[in-house]
Design a protein around this ligand. Structure first.
Ligand code: FAD
Length: 425
């Protein structure tokens, strides 16, 4: 319990969330006089950019998650608590959690972002999100189950069981669509010889005028071209308005009959109850200043996806909700907290854009670095290297690399397993 962490006076930093931002901060506070307590609802860090490969049976879940305790073995000033944080009490300097209240001297909110269904309860009930490893496994189970069910339904219903619709054509939607096409061409007809996979349609529905709309128009066009050639049915300038589990209603007036709708269309900040009025900004994010301090609070900071820093002229609506802003903010905040110990002043945050990228399938990717933009095979290699570099743990890196090599030559990883919690059987 939180109460059993012996508090060293005046310098306990409680970090809520061990994602990209929270973890970077905690690592950089190792062996400092601060007592660091990470609270997370999971006991592992998740590498979200590769969730789609778990969902499409390309990688084992354990190869892209990493236990916090392993990361901080033998670090004396580090403590971890597995708990859900319900609210914060900034007067008492406490966070209220599922294991009781935990006191803080400095609080860092690094809770990231969750799914945004824009208030549509029906879509929330029936669509499949992919914001955690558990949701990715659930997605894998559902996709595979639909194929099993397709074997048993009448011929005229097969198409709706085999087809997959993805809402949202950001990197996640594009990557999922590309991988599903490759499965449709290479793996599924062999696994299910009784099914006709010409009936499996892959729809990519995007509300804005183009796919990968956060990237340049050239990259977006390139990715669009790749996907179209692969046989993805792309609908831009179109929103998913409703879904009852069988029929998807689109804003252009058309309907798609489809039993699998993947939701990659929106996120909102994981805001916490108890923060003062006026701290919640656009997209449920928390208003922070250039030092990541929460508006009006001296000892509370927010960083990463949940933080809304609007002071930077280049990012008036806040930084992109991507790994790099979270990591860079975590790094700077660690330095600023160390500076505080020495009575030095803090440095304001300036985001360094290192670029963005997305892969569309084997040998196909688009990459935008600050000075260069490129696509194709080389971009795909760069995408792989960058992701391999970022995964935590040498063993994980090795396993992912091995899986990719195997998959490249055989297209045939045997991870197409439906594993569900069913303790009675
Ligand atoms: C499918 C997918 C693909 C992505 N691909 C890319 C990509 O290719 N490139 C890129 O740059 N970015 C990508 N992103 C975005 C990137 O993952 C996020 O921007 C990044 O993780 C933000 O880091 P963070 O530290 O703010 O939050 P997160 O990494 O989301 O971490 C938040 C942590 O807080 C914990 N938490 C939340 N609420 C509570 C609570 N109430 N109590 C206890 N614990 C809590 C969570 O369990 C989690 O561990 C992707 C995201 C997704 C979902």
């Amino acid at each position: 319990m939180g109460k059993n962490i012996k508090k060293s006076s005046g310098n306990r930093i409680v970090i809520i969330g061990g994602g990209f931002g929270g973890l970077e901060l905690a690592r950089r506070l190792r062996k400092t006089p601060y007592q660091v307590v990470i609270i997370d609802r999971h006991n592992y860090h998740q590498f979200q950019p590769l969730f789609y490969q778990v969902a499409t049976a390309g990688l084992e879940p354990s190869s892209i998650i990493f236990p916090f305790r392993k990361n901080f073995q033998r670090i004396k000033n580090f403590h971890f608590r597995l708990a859900e944080v319900d609210s914060v009490n900034t007067e008492e300097k406490q966070v209220n959690t599922s294991i009781g209240p935990i006191d803080y001297d400095y609080l860092i909110i690094a809770t990231g972002a969750g799914n945004n269904f824009f208030g549509n309860k029906e879509i929330e009930k029936h669509a499949l999100p992919m914001k955690s490893i558990v949701e990715s496994i659930n997605l894998r189970n559902t996709i595979l189950e639909r194929f099993e069910q397709a074997l048993e339904v009448d011929e005229d219903k097969r198409e709706e069981y085999l087809s997959v619709t993805i809402a949202g054509a950001g990197p996640t939607g594009v990557e999922l669509a590309g991988t599903l096409v490759e499965m449709r061409s290479n793996i599924l007809p062999v696994d299910y010889p009784e099914l006709d996979f010409k009936k499996m349609k892959i729809y990519l529905v995007e509300g804005s005028p183009r796919v990968l709309n956060a990237m340049s128009e050239a990259s977006s066009l390139k990715a669009h071209g790749y996907l179209e050639k692969m046989g993805v049915e792309i609908k831009t300038d179109t929103r998913v308005d409703a879904y009852d589990g069988e029929t998807i209603s689109l804003s252009d007036g058309n309907n798609i009959r489809c039993r699998t709708l993947i939701w990659a269309a929106g996120v909102k900040g994981n805001f916490l109850d108890g923060l003062p009025e006026g701290t919640m900004g656009r997209g449920n994010r928390i208003h922070v200043n250039a030092y990541n301090q929460v508006k009006g609070l001296e000892d509370v900071y927010a960083l990463g996806d949940v933080a809304l820093m609007t002071g930077d002229d280049a990012y008036p609506d806040g930084h992109p909700q991507m790994a790099q802003p979270a990591i860079q903010q975590g790094k700077l905040l660690a330095n600023n907290l160390k500076a505080k110990l020495k009575g030095r002043s803090m440095t304001p945050f300036k985001y360094k854009n290192l670029g963005s990228m997305a892969t569309v399938g084997k040998n196909k990717a688009v990459v935008e670095l600050p000075k260069y933009k490129f696509s194709g095979f080389f971009a795909w290699l760069v995408w792989m290297l960058v992701h391999l570099r970022s995964i935590l743990g040498i063993k994980n890196k090795f396993i992912v690399f091995l899986n990719w090599v195997w998959n490249y030559f055989t297209y045939n990883l045997s991870l197409r397993l439906i594993i569900k919690r069913d303790l009675d059987k």
